[in-house]
Design a protein around this ligand. Structure first.
Ligand SMILES: *Cc1c(COP(=O)(O)O)cnc(C)c1O
Length: 217
């Protein structure tokens, strides 16, 4: 199957209300161009340097999403153009994004990453830390970041009941926060192997790489 065919098959499979982030990390710009030519405009990357190189060389109406674990000292390189940061996993990172966004007179949209997996290898806040953060006056005063929702990754497992349970727990946390925070619109969950379950459990944004561009090394 070609990138075009993969993309069309996935789009047919997801509702119009769910945003597709085409995860192009490690893949060449020619692959991105192929998806772009089919109308795809939202791409996800997990390394700032690679994303910046692609941003510099690709059409300017692409929305670049940073989906990976982000180091604070890299934020400055993408503050000019990044459109959504999915993996905000510490208050210090949020503060740095605010600081760098201010230098460019921008408001950068961010998702708080929640630790939902039973594995302990994945980054993110637990529920208590999350509730503390969104209620914190210091963070509420930030003018150059806007927290628009949550992001999570399920455990890497064949056990789809467990995956479903983890997504459901993230959705319930999202619903709880959404009633208090008007900016909460986005729930980023679901990848190639589990996006159908994620959508059934309330995802509004899926991050799909290998099912579009082929497997990575
Ligand atoms: C790589 C990556 C994806 C895409 O994974 P696929 O299984 O290739 O769809 C989604 N989310 C994050 C955070 C990733 O790092």
């Amino acid at each position: 199957m070609s990138i075009k065919e993969n993309l069309l098959a996935i789009k047919k499979n997801i509702p119009d209300t769910v945003t597709l982030v085409a995860v192009s990390k490690t893949k060449p710009m020619s692959y991105i161009q192929e998806a772009y030519d089919e109308g795809q405009r939202v791409f996800g990357e997990n390394r700032v340097q690679e994303m910046t190189e692609k941003w510099e060389n690709m059409p300017k109406d692409i929305e670049w999403h940073m989906i990976g674990h982000l180091q604070r000292n890299k934020v400055k390189y993408m503050a000019e153009y990044v459109s959504l940061v999915h993996g905000v996993d510490s208050p210090r990172l949020l503060a740095e994004i605010n600081k760098q966004a201010e230098k460019h007179n921008r408001v950068i949209s961010c998702l708080l990453q929640v630790h939902i997996a039973e594995e302990d290898t994945k980054f993110g806040f637990n529920e208590e830390e999350l509730l503390d953060l969104v209620a914190n006056e210091e963070f509420k005063a930030f003018k150059n970041v806007k927290i628009v929702g949550l992001m999570g990754m399920a455990t890497f497992t064949e056990n789809m009941d467990q995956v479903r349970r983890e997504f459901a727990s993230l959705k319930s946390l999202f619903t709880k926060l959404k009633s208090n925070y008007a900016d909460f619109t986005t729930l980023s969950m679901g990848m190639s192997g589990d996006y159908n379950i994620a959508i059934e459990e309330g995802s509004t944004m899926v991050r799909i790489g290998s099912s579009i561009f082929g497997s990575r090394n």
